[in-house]
Design a binder for this molecule. Structure first.
Ligand code: GDP
Length: 837
């Protein structure tokens, strides 16, 4: 008892658990349990004795010093000596016990260490074996699956393979698949169990597949959970994708011009292009990164990404151009600018020449005249008139389309012997669309069969009421050949011009419109500019469309060099850095840098616009425009149909469409193919072209593509009217848009026996002919049949498609009236959801 009591304070305290808090980066902490081994404190022998003795009342000393328990016959000294000896022995004993214990402990520790070492080794070995076995198993399984796959393929009727291949595999195979525990394994198992508690779930009992990598990657045998592996993989994947950690969102100010390429938008937002494309798709817009989108769409996307939109206007860079309104007192009268229009061969060119010959402005009749695109003449009364000598509506509309409304008065030439013809009507519609007053010149009145009154009456049908019919449109009987009535015509024009009170300020930086431009071999780029206000002088720096320059020389319509040109004066301008286009506007600016900057900017903008083309004048956009701008409450359309009857029926139906907000306005309608002239008119007025059972001819198609004019084809009046109705009410639903994927011309028609019927030998002239696509048969650009193909053959073989330039055989399903020269239009339909609105 005293032994244990005495040993207690001296013994090893043993391991005592404690907790340590570890801090890691990102504020994570972790509590770790640590075992603290207290140092053994050995109390000196003497001290121990002194302590016991000195204390007197110490438990150790009490029995020895107790006289009552002292054996008889022993002196105090003896007693003292014996006691000391006893104490010494006891202390020795104690020391020995402590040393023994320490030794024992040391040995135990050593044993433990060795055990751990062996265990670790064994574990390693086991894991390696497990891995190899797993690999072998994997390979075996794959082999077996392949085998089974083969078998299954060989016996398609056989029962489905059981889920566990081991269950049905032959015994030998089963043994291979699940190796019986070997001796070493059994021993280890026993060992583990013997040690109890320490047994670990090893590979043999693992659930799920163990791969080699997994086995080798284990740190010290601790198996990673499936979730941990997944997390690791995910981290690696994220890292590979460059998204190591969710970055803090930077909100940017994104400049959005009127059109922007998708990749550039992504760039400006510092977002990934793929994300931007995805966002656009989510908004129903299927675009690639190289396509352009408009500012509204871009704004939506920018906001979706959480950035700020900064809309920049196209004109920001152009603000240096002087656009200050003139004060009324600065305005001075200017000559009118006249365009001559009319049906072909009604005498436009002859009339222009005749006028020029008789009354050139300089008065020097017979002088060398130079065609620069326009000229000036003086009427008898002294009025100066400027004629554009590019007759016809093509020039007129293309100019107007480019924003250059240069014409003040239209002279409509109608031959008295031919009266009103289709192009006469077109011209009337063009003039009306532009809101330009008209003067009718009834030409060829020298001819015996001339019937001016017939012209006047027929014009009535087209809402042109001439003065002779008590209307307000001036009409003059003329003859370009004899010169009859020319003076009167000029006076009529002068009168009309007075009514118009045409004025401009000549004392400001010049602005003009290009009416003709060419690249002259000797002189470089040359443009004929009709000055509209201000005065253009030699040495002026200007920007014109996407070009710029410094006026090197000015040449008038007489071929003379001049120093300056005022309002309504046409001059040839030399000194351009490139060739502009007819209709481009010329503006004088202060510095070359400004001119160059504007030109560069316009060049880029034009490029962007071209990229975004194809959707410039869609019905939807027109309606959006009409809604945004309340003054545009008109929905203009150009209509072409296969026969007069349907054209009239459609026009009547369209006129009924609309309410107090919107009205449909048929700018022009006619019979036959859609021509370039129709496209021009549509572009100038921002109208779509509606084709009813007719097609645009090739030049018109190209022109429409270039200008972004929408052509809609219909074969059911109801559909057409419905679409327009929907557009007018702003409810244009998902539309079925047709894509023409190709055109083929029929070269020959064969009669094939055996129920095949007539087969057309064709040449694919554009795109591709596809067996599955829809087809229409066109004769003179008019649709005569719509359906599907029965066959598409190339050299006897049925094929899926035939490309442009190749010949093929085609036959229509249930249709036989095919003729050489007919054109087959191949189209595909695509449902287009309404774009962002
Ligand atoms: P454009 O196609 O409208 O420019 O017509 P042109 O000026 O080329 O004229 C067509 C044809 O009509 C030419 O052969 C002219 O000679 C003829 N022509 C033009 N004006 C007159 C006219 O006033 N009287 C007669 N008899 N013939 C004319």
């Amino acid at each position: 008892m005293s032994d244990t009591d005495g040993k207690k304070p001296l013994g090893l305290r043993g391991a005592r658990p404690g907790q340590v808090k570890q801090s890691f980066s990102h504020g994570r902490t972790k509590s770790v349990v640590v075992e603290t081994k207290r140092k053994r404190v050995v109390v000196p022998k003497a001290g121990a004795g002194a302590k016991s003795a000195g204390a007197g009342s110490g438990k150790a000393g009490a029995p020895a010093g107790d006289p009552s328990r002292r054996p008889a016959g022993i002196t105090d000294a003896e007693m003292e000596r014996r006691l000391k000896a006893l104490q010494a022995a006891k202390a020795r004993e104690e020391d020995e016990a402590i040393a023994r214990e320490a030794e024992e402990r040391r040995r135990e520790e050593e044993r433990q260490r060795r055990r751990e070492e062996i265990e670790a080794k064994e574990r390693e070995e086991r894991e390696r074996e497990d891995a190899l076995r797993a690999k072998a198993e994997e390979e075996e399984r794959e082999k077996r699956e392949a085998e089974e796959g083969r078998q299954r393929a060989a016996e398609p009727a056989s029962e489905p393979a059981p889920a566990d291949p081991a269950a049905t595999a032959p015994v030998s195979e089963r043994a291979q698949a699940r190796p019986a525990p070997r001796k070493a394994d059994r021993e280890r198992q026993a060992d583990r169990e013997g040690r109890g508690g320490k047994a670990r779930d090893d590979g043999g009992r693992r659930s799920g597949k163990l791969t080699l990598k997994e086995a080798l990657a284990g740190d010290g045998g601790r198996q990673r959970s499936m979730a941990a592996m997944k997390r690791k993989q995910e981290r690696a994947r994220q890292k590979a994708l460059g998204q190591s950690a969710p970055r803090e969102k930077v909100v940017r100010d994104v400049q959005v011009p009127e059109t922007i390429v998708v990749s550039e938008l992504a760039n400006r937002m510092a977002e990934r292009v793929a994300d931007v494309v995805k966002a656009l798709m989510k908004n129903g817009l299927m675009v690639t990164q190289n396509q352009s989108i408009d500012a509204d769409t871009a704004e939506l996307i920018v906001e979706e990404f959480g950035h700020h939109v900064v809309r920049v206007s196209d004109s920001d860079v152009e603000q240096v151009i002087d656009t200050v309104e003139d004060r009324a007192e600065d305005l001075k009268p200017r000559p009118p600018i006249i365009t001559i229009m009319g049906h072909v061969d009604h005498g436009k060119t002859s009339l222009l020449d005749a006028i020029r010959q008789t009354s050139v402005a300089s008065g020097e009749a017979g002088g060398i005249t130079q065609h620069i695109g326009a000229y000036q003449v003086k009427s008898e009364s002294g009025a100066v008139l400027t004629f554009l000598d590019t007759p016809g509506h093509a020039a007129f509309t293309s100019m107007r389309a480019r924003g250059a409304n240069v014409t003040d008065i239209v002279v409509l030439v109608v031959a008295a012997d031919d009266s009103v013809m289709p192009q006469t009507i077109e011209a009337i519609n063009h003039a009306k669309a532009a809101g330009v007053p008209m003067i009718v010149a009834i030409n060829k009145c020298d001819k015996p069969d001339a019937d001016p009154n017939k012209v006047r009456t027929e014009l009535l049908q087209h809402e042109v009421v001439v003065e002779a019919m008590s209307g307000d449109v001036q009409d003059v009987e003329v003859s370009a050949t004899t010169g009859m009535g020319l003076d009167q015509l000029l006076e009529s024009i002068a009168l009309q011009s007075e009514i118009l009170e045409l004025k401009a300020n000549p004392d400001r930086a010049a602005m003009g419109a290009v009416i003709e431009a060419k690249l002259d071999v000797g002189r470089g780029p040359v443009a004929t500019v009709l000055v509209q206000y201000g005065t253009l002088r030699r040495g002026d720096i200007f920007v014109v469309g996407e070009q710029w320059g410094k006026v090197r020389a000015l040449i008038n319509d007489q071929g003379e060099r001049v120093e300056e040109a005022g309002p309504s004066v046409p001059v040839e301008v030399l000194g351009l850095n490139g060739t502009p286009e007819a209709g481009d506007v010329l503006n004088v600016v202060e510095t070359e840098a400004q001119a160059r900057e504007i030109a560069d900017y316009r060049h880029q903008a034009a490029k962007d616009k071209r990229a975004a083309a194809g959707a410039a004048t869609t019905l939807e956009q027109l309606m959006a425009k009409a809604k945004a701008d309340e003054t545009v409450a008109e929905l203009p359309v150009v209509l072409k149909a296969d026969v007069q009857g349907s054209a009239e029926a459609i026009v009547q139906a369209l006129e009924k469409v609309g309410n107090e907000e919107v009205r449909v306005r048929v700018l022009h309608y006619g019979v036959g193919a859609i021509t370039e002239s129709d496209i021009g008119l549509a572009e100038a007025s921002g109208a779509p072209v509606l084709g009813f059972n007719v097609r645009a001819n090739a030049p018109a198609r190209n022109s429409a593509n270039q200008k972004g004019v929408e052509i809609r084809y219909y074969s059911v009046i109801y559909d057409l009217v419905d679409d327009i109705k929907a557009a007018a009410s702003g409810l244009l639903s998902a539309e079925v848009r047709e894509h023409f994927i190709g055109y083929a011309t029929i070269k020959e028609v064969f009669k094939v026996s055996g129920g095949v019927g007539k087969v057309a030998g064709c040449l694919v002239t554009e795109g591709v002919a596809r067996r599955s696509a829809g087809v229409r048969l066109l004769r003179d650009d008019v649709v005569i049949h719509e359906g599907t193909l029965k066959t598409l053959k190339r050299f006897k073989d049925e094929v899926k498609e035939v490309i442009s330039g190749q010949e093929c055989g085609m036959a229509f399903e249930n249709y036989e009236d095919i003729r050489p020269g007919d054109v087959i239009e191949i189209f595909e339909r695509e449902e287009v959801e309404r774009t962002l609105s």
